[in-house]
Design a protein around this ligand. Structure first.
Ligand code: M6R
Length: 612
């Protein structure tokens, strides 16, 4: 959601800003714009539509300035339009800002500023910010870099809500100021040039050194320096982080789309996730956790909290935790958990799963759990992301940057890491179960099995071609297979816009079967041996009513009357969701391609949901 970039250095800012915006396109947006500061004047250009269209305009403008900010907007307050796009400048064109987040009290501030002579051009919440900065700046007798910072500081104290902001001022063409609260912002350190951006991939081809701002910290950035301040405007020191992501890992590398590339990266991303955590014949290692037997023994309840795909990964972790560690575990959607007063005490462990580490509801849920005395553990893919600064403990999936809105490799890495975590808990607790050795062996085999699965995808691709015009698809599953069904259904609806729902197979007769008619497509995942006969009976019931069926299974199903069977390799029962989902990712992908849709940037969706 909304992408911010900023550049200050010796080079022309415009192409660097456009490059940064292009790298952030995956976040989802409907308009884009930039401000270049040239000869103490702003050149602000904004446009509804794609970054490419913006760049067609800006490239005609001969913009030579070496400092600028830019933005991709995902509309919240006010429709997508060039007026509502960012950057927004104050009424006197002294300050230009880009903003990610939501200003909840903007109407009150707008009224106050209106009474003080400020005029507004847009319908956005954001436009109050440059005007408020101007209001405080104009109250100062002297104008220096300090008063610029002071005005930004006082203005942000008036803001309720979330914000990541980059600010330029015409009086100070050699600096930009950045500040954040509850919205992501990173600062890239270059050589004679510096950057701001919402996310690391924007400037990986320029630098691998990043600073991460905490809530309400300010950065004053020139081409040769970055100074940090707290809310009292006392200078603070911050550590720089070296991010080892490969710049090309955020490129398509010859694939048509990021989603397809990320599906194919899974053998390697799973390998990276396993990392040094697991090997045969030695206990699993999590140096970043170092949980003792005493600590884990007093955990009576685990909550797994997340959104979307990350929450579905949590469903599989629940089954593993309850069956292997015998710890009562609940999985919750973060947006519900944060408002439902969950029963939490010091014997509760709350695990928050988030690829981006920036999901607003998941972060808020973590803050709630912490305030109630729980131990909090974040499972994230992005180093230095907001959640990693809030949690008591953090462990990383190391799946590499995931750019496509539809999550694929992050999901399989999340289940892999959670599986290893469960083994680690079980070993630490002294559970002597035979299943641990089998799980370890099976996890180590996952990269090869994933590779095998991806080596020939013709069948699923052809099936997608046959059925892509369907209007409704229902997914069925029991136990762990249900987890793959909900995730498969989410993948399909988000990138193909086909109506799709997942049900527990056993619930079919309690309502959903009424929807089945001739040629309805029903997808079913069949791997859980103990539930196989029951699940097959449910599928027969939909076939009897005329449904077409796609079956994902690791078993040999002979003499069946299913429309299509896709076979996946066998693995330990708890790990089956990792392999079952891959054909369903491809199914969603190829249906979307058949329909000619933008696979990586589906309508209305954003990669990081940084607002509620
Ligand atoms: O970054 P997070 O893992 O916290 O994101 C959670 C969901 O927004 C995300 O998984 C979403 O459901 C995906 N678009 C699904 O493909």
């Amino acid at each position: 959601m909304c992408g911010i970039v900023g550049y200050i250095g010796n080079k022309k800012a415009e192409p660097i800003l456009i490059e940064g915006l292009t790298k952030l396109e995956y976040r989802g947006y409907d308009s884009a714009g930039l401000t270049i500061l040239e000869k103490e004047n702003f050149k602000t250009i904004k446009n509804k539509g794609r970054v490419k269209q913006l760049s067609e305009i800006t490239s005609q403008e001969n913009l030579v300035g070496t400092i600028g900010i830019a933005h991709t907007r995902w509309a919240t307050h006010g429709k997508p339009s060039s007026t509502n796009s960012h950057p927004h400048n104050d009424s006197s064109n002294t300050f230009s800002i880009v903003h990610n987040g939501i200003i909840e009290n903007y109407q009150e501030l707008r009224k106050f500023l209106g009474e003080n002579g400020y005029q507004f051009l847009s319908e956005t919440d954001t436009e109050v910010i440059p005007n408020l900065i101007h209001y405080y700046f104009s109250k100062e007798n002297e104008h220096s870099e300090n008063t610029f910072l002071k005005a930004v500081n006082i203005a942000t104290k008036d803001l309720k809500g979330s914000f990541a902001i980059g600010v330029l001022c015409t009086h100070f063409p050699d600096i930009m100021i950045a500040v954040r609260k509850d919205s992501p912002l990173v600062i890239g350190k270059g050589d004679g040039e510096n950057f701001i951006s919402s996310d690391i991939p924007a400037y990986l081809s320029f630098t691998h050194q990043f600073y991460f701002l905490k809530d309400n910290e300010f950065a004053v950035i020139s081409k040769d320096s970055i100074d940090f301040y707290d809310t009292q405007l006392t200078k603070i020191n911050k550590e720089i982080s070296q991010i080892d992501w490969d710049a090309t890992s955020a490129e398509k590398n010859g694939y048509e789309d990021f989603m397809l590339k990320e599906i194919y990266e899974q053998p390697n991303s799973i390998r990276e996730t396993i990392g040094n955590h697991l090997s045969l014949n030695t206990p699993c290692q999590f140096d970043e956790l170092n949980f003792s037997k005493e600590f884990l023994s007093q955990i009576h309840k685990i909550y797994i909290v997340a959104c979307g795909t990350a929450m579905y990964a949590g469903l599989t972790a629940k089954t593993m935790l309850e069956n292997i560690c015998e710890i009562n575990t609940e999985v919750d959607v973060a947006s519900e958990f944060r408002y439902r007063n969950p029963l939490i005490n010091k014997n509760t462990l709350c695990i928050f799963i988030t690829q981006s580490g920036e999901t607003a509801d998941t972060i808020a849920a973590l803050k709630l759990a912490k305030s109630k005395g729980a131990t909090t553990l974040a499972v994230s893919n992005v180093e230095g992301s907001s959640i990693t600064r809030e949690a008591d403990f953090v462990t990383y999936t190391h799946a590499g940057p995931e750019i496509a809105v539809a999550s694929t490799k992050a999901y399989t890495s999340q289940i892999t890491l959670l599986g290893i975590l469960v083994i680690y808990f079980a070993e630490t607790l002294g559970k002597n179960t035979k299943i641990l050795e089998d799980m370890k062996k099976s996890i180590l085999e996952l990269p090869a099995k994933t590779e095998q699965l991806l080596s020939d995808i013709t069948e699923i691709k052809n099936f997608a071609h046959e059925v892509y015009q369907v209007k409704d698809v229902f997914f069925l599953g029991r136990g762990l297979d249900y987890n793959s069904s909900v995730e498969g259904s989410l993948k399909l609806k988000e990138i193909s816009y086909i109506h799709s729902e997942a049900f527990y197979s056993g619930e079919l007769k309690h309502g959903p079967i009424a929807l089945i008619e001739k040629d309805t497509l029903v997808v079913s995942v069949l791997t859980v041996q103990d539930l196989m006969d029951k699940s097959i009976s449910n599928i027969q019931e939909v076939i009897t009513r005329g449904a077409k069926t796609l079956i994902i299974t690791d078993k040999i199903l002979e003499n069946s009357n299913f429309t299509k069977i896709i076979k996946v390799p066998e693995t330990n029962q708890f790990l089956t969701p990792i392999l079952s989902i891959i054909p369903l990712q491809l199914f969603a992908y190829y249906i979307s391609k058949e329909k000619g849709l933008d696979v990586d940037k589906p309508r209305n969706l954003a990669k990081s949901v940084t607002v509620e």
